[in-house]
Design a protein around this ligand. Structure first.
Ligand code: C2E
Ligand code: CA
Ligand code: CA
Ligand code: CA
Length: 279
């Protein structure tokens, strides 16, 4: 590297700078992607824990990158949240989910609600309920066909904007689910106050369920609290028959996970609509 000669400049150029450049490029690409149909939604079924009947599908965004192929949200959502483009991205997700529902209806399929993930930064714009209402109306959909998932951190914010925004969404008739429950700083009193419609128990709990009595006790406690507040209970990340059996035993309402179905491209997901059971 020392022989770089005139490149001494390059020699001192910190790797950090390179990374910043790469990040700036990625940011610009992401902004472009949002306006140019490079974002796609995959849909993962959620089913009744007892019967296997599909109760809803979760919309999970992917970025069809022209060079790098299909990128998972972990590779770009954090960046989008950091630079604020999550607001535009989230708006597009809502639009795409509604458009897909309308198409499925037009095709005569027995649609189930689609659940969209909304990040804390989006909630704080206070604009999400308006976006949802507009998209539902534009596509002629009932509010019951959309559900919203938000992480605990988004619900626990002291900001009255967030609380008001959540209330506005519920006022439309859209059910709210707490996502990844158990991974954040759960404030159970807050859950009660917000009157969330359901809890999605993080897959970390699902995977530990078969470990031993302590983990089972924790799970039972979560379920009983949610019950007390009248919330629906969904277990995420079900990967094995044993886990499913245990969850049925603990009276979860609904389950979701690779064991039932992976997230699927829209056409494949649509083909599951109307099935009696996914078990
Ligand atoms: P999430 O909302 O908790 O979604 C569940 C994630 O777990 C998905 O990953 C899904 O593919 C994966 N998963 C489902 N079942 C299983 C299982 O049985 N085992 C394992 N190991 N994983 C399972 P994905 O699609 O990579 O999404 C990751 C995260 O990105 C999501 O976590 C969500 O927080 C975020 N995300 C996805 N789409 C959106 C979006 O449209 N907007 C926002 N704000 N965030 C999104
Ligand atoms: Ca989710
Ligand atoms: Ca409802
Ligand atoms: Ca989750």
């Amino acid at each position: 590297v020392k022989t770089a000669g005139k490149g001494t400049y390059r020699y001192f150029e910190p790797a950090l700078y390179q990374r910043r450049l790469a990040k700036l490029r990625r940011e610009a690409e992401l902004r472009h992607a949002i306006g140019h149909e490079q974002l796609v939604l995959h849909y993962q079924p959620r089913v009744n824990a007892a019967t296997g009947e599909m109760t809803s599908m979760e919309a999970l965004v992917r970025w069809l990158h022209p060079v790098h192929g299909l990128l998972s949200p972990g590779e770009f959502i954090p960046l989008a949240e950091e630079n604020g483009s999550i607001v535009a991205l989230g708006g597009q997700v809502i639009e795409m989910a509604c458009a897909r529902l309308a198409l499925w209806k037009k095709q005569g399929l027995a649609v189930v609600p689609v659940s969209v993930n909304v990040s804390a930064c989006q909630i704080c714009t206070g604009d999400v309920s308006r976006l949802l209402a507009a998209a539902l109306q534009r596509h002629g959909l009932d509010a019951g066909l959309i559900e919203v998932e938000i992480t605990e951190s988004a619900t626990m914010g002291e900001g009255s904007t967030a609380l008001a925004a959540l209330a506005d969404i519920q006022a439309l008739g859209i059910d709210l689910y707490v996502d990844d429950f158990g991974t954040g700083y759960s404030c159970l009193a807050e859950l009660k106050r917000l009157r969330m419609d359901g809890l999605k128990i993080d897959r970390a709990f699902t995977s530990r369920l078969l470990n031993g009595p302590d983990d089972r006790a924790l799970f039972t406690a979560i379920v009983s609290i949610a019950r007390t507040f009248g919330m629906r209970i969904v277990a995420e990340g079900v990967e094995t028959a044993e886990q499913l059996q245990a969850l049925q035993h603990y009276a979860c309402d609904e389950v979701q996970g690779y064991y039932i179905s992976r997230p699927l491209p829209a056409e494949q997901a649509g083909a599951l609509l109307g099935r009696k059971s996914l078990f």
